[in-house]
Write a protein that binds this ligand. Structure first.
Ligand SMILES: [Fe+2]
Ligand SMILES: [Fe+2]
Length: 324
């Protein structure tokens, strides 16, 4: 991973300003990814109970649940933290008529990397909300709030590794930013009817510098940097002034966090031997691959200014070419 020739604020502005594959702003390597990822598997099957009255309403005249009606019920009941899903199959597996149950199969797409994660902080597993916007906001709120704990824990770890005071101070300052992000997005999520699980914080782990560097590379140099770019995109493309202003502030802060990640990366890599550096690099490359794989077919709510799937792939391609 090399430091880009430009500050990330400038780089993000350049990437966001054009998503065309042949724009050439970042040189020949800035082309969009062409190969379909081979590692993405997002098919899920769940048994879902359905309200009896709704099930009976969906039956045809012979009392049979048609394939289309079955799929429609699956679609109505499939709620969780995914950003988009497509029901691919449905089987009526009802045993007790009072408790109708369907076996639903769906292709799901998850939105990754909102905020910085940490080994000591529980990941978001489920969110609820009546709309894709509400669920995205709920998940983002959880990620932002989790990042508070991630940065505070990171600061303590950096102290234990005798890191420069500047890095420690910036990690603590980032935690304050994340509090504000959580509050702002939390208000929007509540307004939209979104809910998420409580935060879970563990103890500060005693980890090697290599483990810390790998997490920083994956969660921050890839994940948080991607989040910063997406927020920069939303700051321009969100449909209302309120949302553009919100994401503009978040983008500014997240870009600073991404710079912190790169400085932390440089500091840590200087202290690791060549084998460990190779493992950090490999972990980052794998994280980029996973991110690209997950962005194929991404269908996040554009009503929040999120990029279309082809735009997201163009953005991540340009970003990876510039900073990886
Ligand atoms: Fe944040
Ligand atoms: Fe952040």
């Amino acid at each position: 991973m090399t430091r880009p020739p430009l500050p990330l604020t400038v780089l993000f502005a350049m990437i966001v300003s054009t998503t065309a594959c042949d724009s050439g702003i970042l040189g020949e390597e800035s082309s969009c990814p062409e190969d379909e990822p081979s590692t993405e598997t997002s098919s899920q099957t769940r048994d879902i109970y359905v309200v009896q009255a709704e099930y009976e309403d969906a039956l045809d005249e012979e009392g049979v649940l048609s394939a289309d009606a079955c799929m429609a019920l699956c679609k109505a009941y499939w709620q969780d933290d995914v950003d988009s899903f497509s029901i691919t199959d449905c089987t009526d597996v009802t045993v007790d008529a009072a408790e109708p149950m369907l076996s639903c199969e769906a292709d799901v797409t998850r939105w990754l990397c909102e905020g910085r994660a940490h080994e000591a902080v529980g990941r978001q597993e489920r969110v609820w909300g009546p709309t894709a916007e509400a669920r995205w906001l709920a998940r983002a709120t959880h990620a932002e709030a989790s990042s508070v704990g991630a940065f505070l824990t990171l600061a303590r770890e950096l102290e234990a590794h005798d890191a420069p005071q500047d890095l420690i101070d910036r990690a603590r300052a980032a935690a304050m930013d994340e509090i504000a992000h959580g509050q702002t997005l939390g208000a929007l999520a509540r307004e939209a009817g979104g809910r998420c699980q409580p935060l879970v914080f563990g103890d500060t782990p005693e980890r090697s510098l290599e483990a810390l560097a790998i997490e920083n590379a994956v969660e921050a140099c890839v994940g948080e940097t991607w989040s910063a770019l997406v927020a920069s995109w939303q700051a321009i493309h969100a449909p209302s002034e309120e949302l553009r202003s919100t994401f503009s502030k978040i983008a500014s802060d997240e870009t600073r966090h991404a710079e912190l990640a790169r400085d932390l990366h440089a500091w840590a890599m200087d202290r690791l031997d060549a084998d460990a550096q190779g493992r950090v690099h490999a972990a980052a490359e794998a994280a980029w691959d996973r991110l690209v794989a997950h962005l194929h077919g991404f269908d996040g709510p554009t009503s929040l200014g999120l990029p279309e799937p082809d735009q997201a792939l163009a953005l991540v391609g340009a970003l990876r070419a510039a900073v990886a």
